[in-house]
Write a protein that binds this ligand. Structure first.
Ligand SMILES: *[C@@H]1O[C@H](CO)[C@@H](O)[C@H](O)[C@H]1NC(C)=O
Ligand SMILES: *[C@@H]1O[C@H](CO)[C@@H](O)[C@H](O)[C@H]1NC(C)=O
Ligand SMILES: *[C@@H]1O[C@H](CO)[C@@H](O)[C@H](O)[C@H]1NC(C)=O
Length: 195
């Protein structure tokens, strides 16, 4: 199957297979999704200011020829939730396709979709001691007739407590093609909505 071939070569393409997801995040992904906020390139785990992340980033992949449609999720895995941590869905955007444009060697993927959940930038609340939030990006092949599974409609709408491994299973997604993550410090009060 063509897609399988593309993904296998994609997974082999990265010369360095450092993990592109934070410790403890499931599914773990090695292949890095290229994420740019303006000219700021996100290396996995980079801490950036809240103001840097106000607008939806540009995403894409290096050394890969892509076709078809892709689904992007961005998930905060550090929402304070009693003694533990919950998740916040910061974006779930469908219908990404290759744009034909490149940036810094990255083949850019674009979408006109603003859903199922539009992008909203990080704004982690202040905490003592400080606790940087990890925001994880995962890119999946988008199945034909993709729809948010019924069991996840509430989480997608409220953005609270999305369970991504379960979403993957229920939506019939394959393993992520690529991932990345950034950090924003708790209580960062750089302006959220300014360019
Ligand atoms: C892309 O391919 C070039 C040439 O093979 C290689 O030097 C580079 O490390 C690759 N980059 C990535 C991100 O895999
Ligand atoms: C990621 O890379 C490590 C080290 O090469 C490997 O052990 C692991 O199986 C890889 N994980 C995935 C999901 O490809
Ligand atoms: C270009 O991409 C590489 C990774 O492929 C990254 O290390 C570098 O910071 C990026 N540079 C710019 C200017 O975006």
């Amino acid at each position: 199957m063509l897609f399988t071939t593309v993904v296998s070569s994609l997974l082999l393409a990265g010369s360095t297979l450092a993990q592109s997801t934070p410790a403890g995040f499931s599914p773990a992904v090695n292949q890095t999704l290229d994420v740019y906020y303006g000219t700021t390139y996100i290396t996995p785990g980079l801490m950036v200011k809240k103001s840097t992340t106000a607008k939806q980033p540009t995403i894409g992949l290096t050394n890969v020829t892509l076709s078809g449609k892709y689904l992007l999720a961005m998930i905060d895995i550090d929402r304070p939730n009693g003694a533990s941590r919950g998740t916040v869905l910061h974006a779930l955007l469908q219908d990404f396709t290759p744009s034909g444009q490149t940036q810094n060697g990255t083949s850019i993927l674009t979408t006109k979709a603003t859903g199922p959940s539009s992008y909203f930038g990080p704004a982690p609340p202040a905490e003592t001691p400080k606790h940087p939030h990890n925001y994880v990006f995962v890119l999946h092949e988008q199945p034909a007739n993709f729809a948010v599974p019924a069991a996840h409609k509430n989480a997608v709408q409220t953005r609270m407590s999305i369970d991504w491994p379960k979403f993957i299973a229920d939506a019939g997604l394959k393993a992520p093609i690529a991932a990345n993550y950034l950090q924003v410090q708790s209580g960062d009060n750089t302006k959220r909505w300014d360019a």
